[in-house]
Structures are given as structure tokens and as C-alpha cells.
Design a protein. Structure first.
Length: 183
């Protein structure tokens, strides 16, 4: 018979599967936003219409078939872990992780808003904006993984400075790519 420790590991495994799927969905979805924003600027109306319709179909599918279920799976199997291990809630790293998780959930809702804006053709954002937006989940991923791995051993100053430096590196790369594309 399964003991509580086994159920915890089952929940943890499914929680991680949900998280990986959630991340994959976000990376894919916002990459489609980049292409959609570029298509909105096409001169040929027929090509623009065909591509924008296809991108919008893809965006809704990724959102509804990959990302939203992955969010549910992540929460569905992460929550019981906290009930099985309530001691985790006494650790600061877990509270930071939970705050990041709530913020990441907010990011998912922002993505839904951008699907609607792109669908209506009323976005004011360029493909460069969406390239930068595509890097935000990377920052969450790095922050959450380091919290989950180092747990109570985390050095908060190094974690904050590391995330800050990593952010600066990523967004400077996005700016560099945008400058190259303008040339």
C-alpha cells in the first residue's frame, strides 16, 4: 500500500510535469505573439489575413489545450504537497516561490489579454515587445528552480543579484536582436 511519502512523491512528480508543460506553453504562446505582431505589419492584405487568423487559432489552442490545463495540474498537485508537508510553509523560500507562482498566474492572464488584442488587430505592441515578453517566464523559471533546489540554503542577496544580472543580460540581448533587425 502507498504510504504518505509515496503519495507526496506522486504529487511532486505530477506537479513538476504540470510546471514543465506550463513553461512550454508560455514559451510557445508568446513566440506565436512575436510572429503574429510581425504578420500584422505585412503589406499584402491577403497574406496578413491568412497568417493572423492562423496565429490566432494557434494562440487559443496553446492557451486552452496546453497552458491552462498545465496551470491547473501544477496547482492541483502542488496544493496537496503543502498539506502533506505543512512544515514547508514555515520556510521563507516557499513563500517566495508561492508569490512567484501567483505572479506567473497573473502573467497567464496577461497572455490571454494579448491574445484578444492580437485577435482584434488592436495591439499597440511590436514584435520587439513580444520578444521581451517571451523572456519573462525564463526569469520566473530560474528564480523558482533555484528556490526549490537550494530551499533553506539560499543566500537571498546572491539570489536577488543573480536574478537581476540574469534579467539585465536577457533584456540586453533582446535589445541587441531588435537593433540588428532594424538594420
Amino acid at each position: 500500500m502507498f504510504e504518505l511519502a509515496h503519495w507526496y512523491l506522486v504529487c511532486k512528480s505530477l506537479h513538476l510535469i504540470g510546471m514543465v508543460s506550463w513553461m512550454a506553453g508560455m514559451f510557445y504562446l508568446v513566440r506565436i505573439f512575436v510572429n503574429h505582431a510581425e504578420a500584422l505589419n505585412m503589406q499584402d492584405a491577403t497574406s496578413r489575413s491568412i497568417l493572423c487568423n492562423q496565429y490566432n487559432l494557434m494562440e487559443w489552442r496553446v492557451y486552452n489545450i496546453i497552458m491552462r490545463p498545465a496551470v491547473y495540474i501544477t496547482y492541483t498537485f502542488g496544493t496537496p504537497m503543502l498539506f502533506m508537508r505543512p512544515d514547508l510553509l514555515s520556510q521563507p523560500w516557499m513563500w517566495v516561490k508561492l508569490v512567484l507562482l501567483v505572479a506567473l498566474t497573473g502573467y497567464v492572464l496577461v497572455c490571454k489579454k494579448h491574445i484578444r488584442l492580437l485577435e482584434a488587430g488592436s495591439t499597440q505592441h511590436s514584435h520587439v515587445f513580444y520578444r521581451a515578453m517571451n523572456e519573462i517566464p525564463t526569469l520566473f523559471l530560474v528564480g523558482i528552480v533555484f528556490l526549490a533546489v537550494f530551499k533553506h540554503l539560499i543566500n537571498w542577496w546572491i539570489w536577488v543579484v543573480g536574478i537581476g544580472l540574469f534579467s539585465a543580460l536577457i533584456f540586453s540581448a533582446v535589445r541587441k536582436v531588435a537593433r540588428k533587425q532594424k538594420k
